[in-house]
Write a protein that binds this ligand. Sequence first.
Ligand code: TXA
Ligand code: MG
Length: 356
Amino acid sequence: MTKYWKISASQPDIHDLVEPALILRQGGLIAFPTETVYGLGADARQTDAVLKIFTAKGRPADNPLIVHIANRSQMEELAAAPDEAISRLLDVFWPGPLTVVLPVKPGVLSPLVTGGLATVGLRMPDHPLALQLIAASGCPVAAPSANSSGRPSPTCAEHVLDDLAGRIDGIVDGGATGIGLESTVVAYTTAMEGREAVLDILRPGSISIEMLRAALPGTLVRVASPHLEATEAPRAPGMKYAHYAPRGAMTLVQGQSPERVLARLQRELDAARARGERTGVLTYREHADALRADAVVTCGSLGDLESIAHGLYAALREFDEAGADFIVAEACPEEGIGAAIMNRLRKAAADRIIYV
Ligand code: TXA
Ligand code: MG
């Protein structure tokens, strides 16, 4: 049975958190909101507890989990002291949607959390309810997104229950999440003989490359290539799995002008309909009236990329509800959070992209 608690996200009553915090401490699984997406939490020190996360989600065991903490002293217990550049990022962006990969202290966390790596991804969420729950549990909380592996991440409690009801011990419902995309994951490499210091973005998120560059002038900030040599272990192992996929096959259409993109979207939709397929299109407020499909799903406005991020995963889930088997999606601009939106859309489309 999955227990359910409805709790205020901004002013959580600590008494309401006693039971979910205790379940975490005793090795259970609790889903909870953060400012990005809902997480599926377990005590990161208990292997039995962490194993339940992988089982409930159907997640590959070599994909490491982010560990959520409530304060900086918890970080010192888990990881080596961060470089000056990382400390600066933490001063600017924590609590917030930034995960930093640091050398892990041996023997403190379950080896399942780190997927056999010598590092751990740490994050302090900017969400009063999440912070209070973590603090009350007294645990470092391993928490991937609280969806079944391969489904879009959950941005409200209903999404979590759709995927995981009966498979987890409880869910704390704090309403819809704000940002709607998972945190930015970064790893820092210090300058060495002739090589400059580098900050690699392992997963783009709402903390954009522009924001990271502004916070670290003089450091090379770059997006790590997802195309790794076959012999090389992936740096963020999550990158190699198909993600966020709606059930129908999705194709992304990107182009030089909105007119060309809209024309191509409609042509693909018409062709699919002629083949007898149930069609869906992901578009934005500005273009919703220009497209015809069985399911026209509107996700935010092109004039406000944050609104697209906020609604993206709910929009992808709508295609499943509509039973769409052929889906096309309109690309959005790649500046700021747009880079993270396009990263998720490419994954949802399994790299099927049409350029016009
Ligand atoms: O916003 C978020 O980050 C959400 C909420 C719940 O906090 N959590 C989340 O966790 O998205 P998860 O486990 O779904 O994503 C973990 C990502 C994966 O891409 C994984 O490969 C990478 O972080 N990662 C975790 N630990 C790592 C490590 N030690 N080194 C490199 N990448 C790591
Ligand atoms: Mg995930």
